[in-house]
Design a binder for this molecule. Structure first.
Ligand SMILES: Cc1cc2nc3c(=O)[nH]c(=O)nc-3n(C[C@H](O)[C@H](O)[C@H](O)COP(=O)(O)O)c2cc1C
Length: 325
């Protein structure tokens, strides 16, 4: 059994990785439907929460049917992080996750996100203070280290556990790798196999098929798998992986007509949740991925991801079903 606080999920859970502008309620509802066992909000800026910024408060909204769900925060200032953690705890998510992994320059070079990998004492102090300040489980998501010369994740994992962090998700890249190259799971496996480590270790990085999920699980023995980019335009990957784990068989790919129906449902939820402008804009990456395997799709794709007209987008989707379905 996979346990974090009161969360109990049968082995081996599949987690939806936190992703900015992606893992909001409309997309999460699809991932949940297809079997995501634990989901996260996108990261929320601690400084924005303590300054009462409405847009950031909206990111804290979680629905009962989404449980178990974690809210993720980031920031470089310990006091701001502690105060924002208290705000998050009032919303009563199943867990609070701290982002020590974001590589984006303006975040990491200010010392937040993966920037904290350059100041491990501060990372541990911040984690400890947050654990003491809230009465919900606190978890961490991070990377292997800042760069290839500072792969400190084994030491970090022990220290985080010692201050009361209840689970650790590790993306198998350094900050300086951003998303380049291939994720290296060897150190994730080492953390998992360290006899001192008792908390669940969640492996993350480059899982994009049921076979890859099984390979990573068998090879590195992690307690859970976290999937990010491969879910974009493919929220049903959770179902595909579970089916493969249970039967050893690969589910048949959704037909184009089914993908059109699914993307329409997703689009309507996106509009409902985010309003027309952002609802359209933030669907674009999903749309591209839903239909990325279609032959001779380029000009239709460009229309689909540049249109700002809802009716036109629906009609392009209908045309996709007509032409490729
Ligand atoms: C568009 C995008 C947004 C992301 N936003 C976040 C975030 O808000 N918090 C976080 O911890 N990681 C974030 N990540 C990193 C993912 O959670 C994940 O660690 C990374 O994509 C590697 O996993 P994958 O290979 O399965 O995609 C983001 C990644 C992408 C592609």
């Amino acid at each position: 059994m996979f346990k974090i606080g009161k969360i109990e999920i049968p082995d081996t859970p599949l987690l939806l990785a936190p992703m900015e502008d992606m893992t909001e309620p409309s997309f999460r509802s699809l991932c949940k439907h297809y079997g995501a066992d634990l989901m996260y909000t996108e990261f929320v800026a601690s400084e924005a929460l303590i300054r009462n910024i409405e847009k950031s408060f909206k990111k804290l909204q979680i629905l009962e049917e989404e449980r178990p769900i974690g809210i993720q925060i980031y920031g470089h200032n310990i006091n701001a992080m502690v105060e924002s953690a208290k705000i998050v705890a009032e919303v009563k998510p199943d867990l609070l996750d701290i982002n020590f992994g974001c590589p984006v320059k303006k975040i990491a070079t200010r010392g937040a996100g993966a920037g904290m990998l350059r100041d491990i004492p501060k990372m541990i102090k911040m984690s400890s203070e947050i654990v003491k300040a809230v009465n919900i489980p606190v978890t961490v998501k991070t990377r292997l280290g800042w760069d290839a010369e500072s792969l400190h994740i084994e030491e970090i994992a022990e220290k985080l556990q010692d201050v009361g962090i209840q689970a650790l998700a590790i993306h198998g890249r350094t900050r300086n790798q951003f998303y380049k190259g291939e994720a290296d799971w060897t150190l994730i496996g080492k953390v998992k196999n360290n006899a001192r480590i008792k908390i669940p270790i969640i492996g993350n990085g480059d899982i994009d098929s049921p076979q890859k999920a099984k390979l990573m699980l068998d090879r590195y023995g992690v307690d859970a798998l976290m999937i990010g980019r491969a879910t974009i335009g493919r929220p049903y990957i959770f179902k595909e992986i579970k089916h493969f784990f249970n039967t050893g068989e690969i589910l048949e790919e959704l037909s184009v007509n089914e993908k059109v129906e699914l993307s329409k449902l997703h689009f309507s939820k996106s509009l409902e949740w985010k309003g027309d402008k952002r609802g359209i804009f933030e669907m674009r990456r999903h749309f591209s991925n839903y239909f990325k395997s279609l032959y001779d799709f380029k000009s239709t794709r460009i229309k689909l991801v540049t249109s700002t007209d809802i009716a036109e987008i629906y009609s392009i989707l209908d045309k996709i079903a007509e032409k490729w379905g």
